[in-house]
Design a protein around this ligand. Structure first.
Ligand SMILES: *[C@@H]1O[C@H](CO)[C@@H](O)[C@H](O)[C@H]1NC(C)=O
Length: 206
């Protein structure tokens, strides 16, 4: 059994603490309520997770999404034309097909996504596993794909500890001012933007 505490917390304050116990976090609660940039998170005794958007609709979410901006990670480094295609698997999971052009070469990674224990959020909290990509040791037990904002035309997706932001849209080509607005929104919801880059979606035709 996990013990869960839902709290209003400033992410930076939380992640700066060396493995705080849930009670320590609860004690901080009152102090942090006055912080202007406080965001609601979920703590499972190991990791801190953004709260998912309850308006997430699994069926509507299927199909193609184009990454407009994201944190540079080992997996997407050097990628342009980042695209995700979500489908329904016969066993009830979501099929994941991630494409990008890495230094001009098309690359594809397949995987699947499943809902997690609803204590992490009734909707919009998923665990994605990618074929051939093994999990870091000490990885968080909860979701690694949390839809913080779900709209018909775009999504703000985060991971545990707000480690990697991804902004995905239904349209491949989105004007910069619109993406900037989504980035500001993501920042207000706890994302740290210093290693976030705009994802190029030009020259993508196969
Ligand atoms: C569900 O099906 C997909 C596609 O065949 C597969 O990749 C995945 O491992 C399956 N998951 C489970 C939990 O059976």
């Amino acid at each position: 059994m996990y013990k869960f505490v839902v709290l209003l917390s400033s992410l930076l304050a939380v992640s700066a603490l060396p493995s705080p116990s849930p009670s320590e976090l609860v004690n901080q609660h009152n102090d942090l309520l006055i912080s202007e940039d406080a965001v609601e998170t979920i703590w499972d005794g190991t990791c801190v997770y953004p709260k998912p958007d309850g308006r997430f609709k699994p069926n509507e979410f299927l199909g193609k999404w184009y990454q407009q901006a994201g944190t540079e990670t080992l997996y997407n480094f050097g990628c342009t034309c980042v695209k995700a295609d979500y489908t329904k698997n016969a066993n009830g999971t979501i099929g994941v097909k991630n494409n990008c052009k890495r230094y001009g070469q098309p690359t594809e990674v397949l995987g699947s996504a499943s809902p997690v224990n609803p204590v992490y959020g009734e909707k919009g909290a998923l665990r994605v596993t990618l074929d051939g990509v093994s999990e870091k040791t000490g990885a968080c037990p909860g979701p690694n794909y949390i839809v913080q904002v779900y709209e018909k035309n775009y999504m703000i997706v985060q991971t545990a500890h707000f480690e990697a932001l991804t902004i995905l849209s239904r349209e491949q080509h989105v004007p910069d001012p619109q993406v900037d607005q989504w980035l500001r929104y993501a920042k207000s919801l706890g994302s740290e933007l210093s290693s976030v880059v705009r994802t190029r979606q030009t020259g993508c035709a196969a």
